[in-house]
Design a protein. Structure first.
Length: 120
């Protein structure tokens, strides 16, 4: 277990219309991921993976080895152009956080939020 802020690994693919970011977030829940856009060309991804309690339901139990990454995570990316936050789509499935951001079309209004897509 670690108390320092983790830096998740990401792959970023550029397309003619935008970018797809895929990051490793094993064990994280959707409600523990916070995505925001402090500037028109910047995305910040923060998360928290709660450590498991080895004593939950059992007395006299403790960690022998604990190697999984838990705690806070932080990652920020600055794109070479403004992104269209209104069309951002976020998915979380099988420990992979996928974020699709579109390059900004100057004719559209901007809104500072991300939309989650349901994954079954």
């Amino acid at each position: 277990m670690s108390s320092k802020t983790q830096t998740p690994r990401f792959d970023i693919l550029e397309t003619p219309d935008g970018y797809t970011l895929e990051g490793e977030y094993p064990g994280i829940k959707r409600e523990d991921v916070f995505i925001h856009f402090p500037k028109p060309s910047t995305i910040v991804i923060q998360g928290y993976v709660k450590p498991k309690d080895p004593f939950e339901g059992y007395e006299g139990r403790g960690w022998w080895v604990s190697e999984r990454v838990t705690g806070k995570s932080y990652r920020a990316f600055i794109f070479p152009m403004e992104i269209d936050v209104e069309r951002t789509v976020v998915k979380l499935a099988d420990g992979i956080l996928s974020i699709q951001v579109m390059k900004h079309d100057t004719g559209r209004e901007k809104e500072w939020c991300a939309k989650w897509e349901m994954v079954r």
